[in-house]
Every structure is written in C-alpha cells, then in structure tokens.
Design a protein around this ligand. Structure first.
Ligand SMILES: [Zn+2]
Length: 462
C-alpha cells in the first residue's frame, strides 16, 4: 500500500484519562466533546480500542514503542528503564527528517524521561494541569515541516478542577466545597500538610527543612512542598508524589457512598473533558490558521480510561482494575483534506498506533514493533490481525476480542516471570450481550473460559 499521507506532519494528542464512552462519537450524550466529535466525523474512528495498562507511564511507552508493557519493561517503578536503542515513534520519524517535539510536562509520570531520547525538544506548559500553552507557542514560533508533535495533557486527569464556566454546563448549581480551582487545592494542601507534616514526611526530612516546616501558622507555598516530594524527599517507606497528596486531599471532599456526590464528581470529570476538548479545538484552529491542516495527520487517543465505581473502584490504577472502563480509549486518525467515513469496530490496541502512523507517512516499520498497522482498515481493506487486545496491571490481566473479555487475577504470590495457572482466578464476559462487563459467565462457558485463559497466558509468555 502506498503511503496515505507521505511526509505529512504528525500531531499525536493523548488526552490523559479519557474514556472512550465520554465522546459523542462513541455514543455519549453528555455533550463534553463537540470538537472531538467534529474531528471524528472527518476521520477514521476505531470504536473498540484499548490501552494495555491503566497507568500513564507504561501506557505512553507502549504507544511509542509498539510493545506490550511486559515486553518494554518500563513500569511505574522503572522510570528510566527503556532499553537503550529501543526505536520509538519519535526516533523513527526523526530518522526520516522530522523535527520531533514533546509538548507536555516533563515530570516522571507521563513517560518523558523514558522517551526523551527520540525528541529534539520539549516545550513544557507553565502549569501542570490544564495548560496547552507549550504546544501553542511552539506552533506560533516555529513549525518547520515536517514535524512530529506529541501533545500530552493532564486536563482530564483527577483532581478534576475545571473552571466554573465549564462546570456549570454539567451541574445545575455549584457546591463551593466540591468545586475547587487547582490553585485553591494547592493552597489547601499546603495548609493541611504544614499542620501535620509527619503524615507525609519523615521526622528526618522535617528536621532538615526548618525553612519549610518551622512555622506551622504560615504554611509554605505548595511548590516548595511539591518540589521536596517529587525529588523523592518524603522520606517515608512509600514514595509519595505531590500529585498523590493533592489527589488524596481532593477526593476526601466526596462521600462516594452518596449518589449526589458520585454524580457531582462525574460531572466535574465531564467538565474537565470539555475543557480538554475546547483546547483541542483551539489547537485545530491554530493549525488551520497556519495552513498546516492540509499537510498534517492528526491522531487523538488516551492512555487509559477512568472508573466511576462500575466494579468498585474509582479513577484508574486502583484495585488492579482492568475492566472495560479502565482501558477502553478513543482512537481517531484525521487525514488532511480527506473526509473519511471509516467507523471500525475491529478490536485494536495502543501498540497499533505507531505502525499505522509510520505506514501513513511512508516510514519503514522497525522489527521491534508488536502492533499492526491499521491502514488496511482505514483504506477500506481487511484487518490483518487477530483483532484482540491485551492488558496487564499489578497481577491482573485481560484479553478482549469481539466476542469475549477474559480477566485473570493472580491470587497467590508467584516466583515465575509469567503468571501461573494454579494461582489465577478468572472472569469471563460476553462482550456483545454485556459490553459493561457486569455478568461473569465462566461457569456457564468453562471451555470458552479456558480457551481465552490459554490465549492470554501465551501472549504474556511471549
Ligand atoms: Zn494517565
């Protein structure tokens, strides 16, 4: 197949924590994504796409290497662990003369430290949270073609702190206890930590920093505490990041046993997604103003979904949740000028993005990739993979195809690298009858359960 968009610029946008069913293009009626929906109308939309892990860092590394998390080995505890010489989407495009730019924070949590070798430059936003300014100013100052921009945003990530104007779209009335700006949350966190610093820092750390902790009546700026935490300075048994502290304080204000609070926090997520969607609209307008839309392939996806209590957990990464709400993500490819009406229900995965982009622009695929190009589907051909998606997270594993989802959980400690069958519990769902994965049918279909268990274990052992 010839390249669909030879030498085109590529803008890959990852809206962190964006579950697929939040988009109108994926069936939502929440109204949070008008710009994404417009992009989807002119693009190729993969309606059944999955990431491999409900955690930003390993997921972004899979997106960029086209390797499963258990192959690339970069986990939350291995922040710099990408094997030297691993070819990434950015490094391959650079070999083809692309200027590669990382637009997003360069903190340890989104993969930048593992992936930075492939990038010519990084343009970090001024603020950690909802701020796309790095990307906008880069486009304003220089956009020498061809370029590859990866835009990662925490806009939709918890803590959800949308502006009141966005929140009012999804809430009849704002509760000042629960609707809080990011800056106010930081002030509250600084005050609470300085009142009882021993809950976050070890005694040795507190003694070593009198400039921060000596005067509890005057809480320090949150940035001083955050810098100490993010440098690994909590001194406790468990490393605490500044984000974890902020997030804990944020969620303390919701009583998740109450339906009202559950609905409220869900609406704040909607509003946060709406803000991300508005920023995406601005990005597209900027590309259009500079005449770049005619030669830019735009790809939008996410690194994982978000749970709202469907299987007893909230947010992502908690309780080993690898159910559909934690892993199903949007995946949209919008080509210059083309108005595609591709709506594919093939089961595809994050590792398919890199081979697809490389084929689209005419770059040769490295042999290290485990994903497949989706260009045959986009061009109207046939799917050439088995159409299954695989995931692993903290002793929990999942495989999905069009028919079934099979989830495994390790119930006893294993010394082997791959999970052992004797230690596994299993859940089986009929995806067509039960897309939300609510009714376990393993007892009704033991042979099917065993078949999918074997498929999953074989993939994990590869
Ligand atoms: Zn994430």
């Amino acid at each position: 197949m010839t390249a669909a968009c030879p030498g085109c610029n590529v803008v890959l946008v990852s809206i962190d924590t964006l579950r697929a069913d939040e988009l109108g293009a994926y069936g939502s009626r929440r109204g949070a994504t008008p710009n994404l929906d417009a992009l989807a109308r002119r693009g190729a939309v993969f309606l059944d796409a999955f990431s491999h892990v409900p955690d930003t860092l390993p997921s972004d590394v899979s997106l960029f290497t086209s390797q499963y998390p258990w192959t690339h080995g970069v986990s939350e505890s291995g922040r710099d662990g990408l094997k030297r010489g691993t070819r990434t989407l950015a490094s391959v495009l650079r070999e083809y003369g692309y200027r590669t730019v990382w637009a997003g924070t360069t903190d340890p949590y989104n993969g930048y430290r593992a992936l930075h070798d492939g990038f010519d430059e990084a343009v970090a936003p001024r603020y950690w949270k909802h701020d796309w300014s790095g990307a906008f100013s880069w486009l304003e100052e220089r956009h020498d073609a061809p370029f590859f921009m990866f835009l990662h945003t925490w806009s939709a990530q918890s803590p959800y702190t949308p502006a009141d104007a966005a929140a009012r779209r999804f809430l009849p009335a704002l509760d000042p206890e629960k609707s809080i700006s990011f800056e106010a949350l930081e002030r509250e966190a600084a005050a609470r930590v300085s009142r009882s610093p021993q809950r976050v820092f070890s005694p040795a750390v507190i003694a070593a920093h009198p400039e921060i902790f000596a005067d509890a009546s005057r809480p320090p700026n949150w940035s001083a505490l955050a810098a100490l935490l993010d440098a690994g300075g909590s001194g406790g048994a468990k490393h605490l990041s500044s984000w974890k502290v902020l997030d804990k304080i944020y969620w303390d204000r919701f009583d998740l046993d109450r339906a009202r609070d559950r609905a409220y926090v869900r609406a704040l997520y909607d509003a946060s997604v709406y803000e991300a969607d508005e920023a995406l609209g601005e990005l597209l307008r900027q590309l259009g103003r500079r005449g770049l839309l005619e030669r830019t392939l735009i790809v939008v996806t996410s690194d994982h979904g978000e749970a709202f209590g469907e299987h007893g957990t909230w947010r992502h990464g908690h309780g080993g949740n690898v159910h559909v709400e934690a892993l199903k993500v949007p995946l949209i490819f919008a080509f210059p000028g083309a108005r595609l009406s591709v709506r594919s229900s093939a089961v595809v995965q994050s590792i398919d993005v890199m081979p697809t982009v490389l084929q689209a622009v005419g770059a040769a695929p490295p042999a290290s990739m485990q994903g497949v190009s989706l260009m045959p589907i986009i061009a109207g051909g046939r799917m050439d993979s088995g159409g299954a998606a695989f995931a692993a997270w903290r002793g929990n594993y999942a495989v999905r195809d069009r028919h079934y989802a099979c989830l495994l959980r390790e119930e006893c400690p294993s010394s082997a690298a791959a999970p052992e069958k004797r230690c596994l519990s299993l859940l089986l769902y009929d995806r067509r009858a039960d897309p939300g994965e609510t009714r376990d049918i393993r007892r009704r279909s033991p042979q099917t359960a065993e078949k999918y268990e074997d498929i999953l274990l074989r993939r994990l052992a590869e």
